[in-house]
Design a protein around this ligand. Structure first.
Ligand code: URA
Length: 233
């Protein structure tokens, strides 16, 4: 593995940050200062930054800013897949901790740690997801109450769990919706049941993990240890 990639994976740094760290001359591989990110690091190497050993990368935890037009699957005969945006090894080990529709943008979490992703996706744990929603028609004055109460969706036995609505811009029909479930097309179906239509949907937050505002659509970074651990709290 390249040294810059090693640091990205191990520190949750972006490639740009890793390059800066390496260029600063504070990184050693087997006690030799290395100033190039392309230096190869093998399993037996000891990598240190400012005299502290950087542990070898373990399970991978990634946040991706999914752009419009990409599907959350490994293969698709028609659309591009979100995995095509990743430049990683062992892609077959990675999976999505909660998918987005092809036309939904924003935060997707990708990992090879099944227990971790289960914690996010299992209905039992009621992990919050916040979506920024733009509706076709004005936001009804009764929406907040109805969403908090639960909405009956077609082909679902139980009403939706309480959801929180926060109006952002009434002129633009823009709001934030926080839900704790992940039913198929859930947000679109909730607003359809209220007689409205979702024009655009963008996920901003999963649990305590927020989409990094430094990421552009299609970019990704590794999660920090704090973000990884937050899922268990
Ligand atoms: N709800 C939807 O309707 N679509 C998504 O992509 C995510 C939540």
């Amino acid at each position: 593995m390249r040294l810059d990639k090693y640091l990205c994976d191990a520190l949750g740094a972006t490639r740009k940050e890793a390059t800066k760290i390496i260029k600063s001359g504070d990184v050693t591989v087997n006690d030799v200062i290395q100033k190039s990110g392309s230096v190869k690091v093998t399993d037996n190497c000891v990598v240190e930054w400012q005299g502290r050993e950087i542990q070898k990368p373990g399970p991978r935890y990634i946040m991706l800013f999914k752009p419009d037009g990409f599907v959350c699957s490994h293969e698709d005969g028609f659309n591009q897949t979100a995995f095509m945006l990743l430049d990683e090894v062992k892609m077959e080990d990675l999976h999505f901790a909660g998918r987005l529709d092809v036309d939904t943008t924003g935060l997707v979490l990708i990992t090879d740690d099944g227990k971790w992703s289960h914690r996010i996706t299992s209905p039992k744990h009621k992990c919050e997801k916040t979506y920024r929603v733009w509706l076709a028609d004005p936001i009804g004055s009764d929406y907040a109450e109805k969403l908090a109460h639960g909405i009956e969706l077609r082909n679902e036995k139980a009403p939706t769990l309480p959801a929180k609505l926060e109006i952002v811009d009434p002129q633009e029909n823009e709001l934030l919706l926080t839900i704790t479930e992940g039913k198929y097309h859930q947000v679109k179906r909730m607003f359809a049941a209220l007689g409205n239509k979702v024009e655009h949907l963008h996920r901003e937050r999963i649990g305590q993990i927020e989409l990094d505002e430094n990421l552009e659509p299609g970019e990704y970074r590794f999660l920090t240890q704090e973000e990884i651990d937050s899922v268990w709290h």
